[in-house]
Design a protein around this ligand. Structure first.
Ligand SMILES: [Zn+2]
Length: 276
């Protein structure tokens, strides 16, 4: 499941491929993925648009057009956005094809079909995507211990669950929350209202550090991105706790454990993450 660093990889690779290109025709093969507006309007409005840039907020991508209209997208579990030459065969699970002026096509693939698109007119307020409710970006310089404390210090919930709350910090999912808590030395079950000032300081540092690391480590090329169909991430090979239950901790060799917290699997080192 793509989290902020992988969505940022998609943005970095797709922006130069799409910048200045005009969408000529649009084919929606599965209407379920279009959240706003109705699919007929969506298709009609997208045609003829010229891309100026792609931005990211949390796990949302926004393709901006010369008209100042914009196309927002959330990849959710298995969504992948690729730019492919039009002569390439269309694969299974391709739900949207937008043909570009240069002979390439934007193709959206999604096996689980949870990903969503929203088309917003230039003057249209975004009351649809949920981006207005997002918390701070993990790499925002303003993300401080005080900010985290103001949002979380009164909560009884496990810190693991709170890191997944997009209204606190945007873009963190199951994988990076495990990595952040390992880096901070905090047990995923630790209750927010028991954390001390030093813990919040450490957490603020670890959030920025691990997310920045995730972005930098995922330095795949456009060719690799296309070959891996947008689902191979170079950073995944360097994870310290996520997906490593039963394996020795990279720091102390204790076996990594796995617990279920708020319905999500959480991997941690019982020795390095003693703060509970
Ligand atoms: Zn350890």
């Amino acid at each position: 499941m793509p989290e902020l660093p992988e969505v940022e990889t998609a943005r970095r690779i797709l922006e130069p491929q799409l910048k200045g290109k005009t969408i000529e025709t649009v084919e929606v093969r599965n209407t379920q993925i279009i959240a706003h507006p109705q699919v007929e309007q969506f298709t009609a409005m997208l045609q003829g648009q010229t891309v100026t840039k792609i931005s990211r907020r949390g796990k949302f991508l926004t393709i901006h057009f010369k008209s100042h209209d914009r196309l927002c997208l959330h990849l959710r579990m298995t969504g992948r956005l690729l730019v492919i030459p039009e002569e390439e065969p269309v694969q299974r699970h391709t739900h949207l094809i937008a043909s570009l002026s240069d002979g390439n096509q934007i193709r959206y693939l999604d096996t689980r079909r949870f990903g969503r698109f929203w088309f917003l007119r230039s003057a249209e307020e975004d009351t649809y995507t949920g981006q207005s409710k997002l918390g701070m970006e993990p790499t925002d310089a303003a993300l401080s211990a005080d900010y985290l404390k103001s949002k979380l210090a009164h909560r009884k919930a496990a810190i693991k669950t709170m890191l997944l709350d997009q209204s606190v910090v945007a873009g963190i999912g199951n994988l990076y929350s495990d990595e952040i808590l390992f880096d901070a030395g905090i047990h995923p079950r630790a209750q927010c209202d028991t954390l001390m000032a030093a813990d919040w300081e450490q957490l603020a540092r670890s959030i920025a550090k691990i997310i920045r690391w995730g972005i930098d480590a995922d330095d795949i090329t456009p060719q690799e991105y296309l070959q891996g169909e947008g689902r191979e991430y170079r950073n995944a090979a360097h994870l310290r706790v996520y997906g490593r239950a039963g394996q020795p901790c990279v720091s102390c060799k204790t076996a990594i454990e796995r617990v279920l917290i708020g319905g999500r699997n959480s991997c941690f080192c019982p020795r390095c993450q003693r703060k509970i």
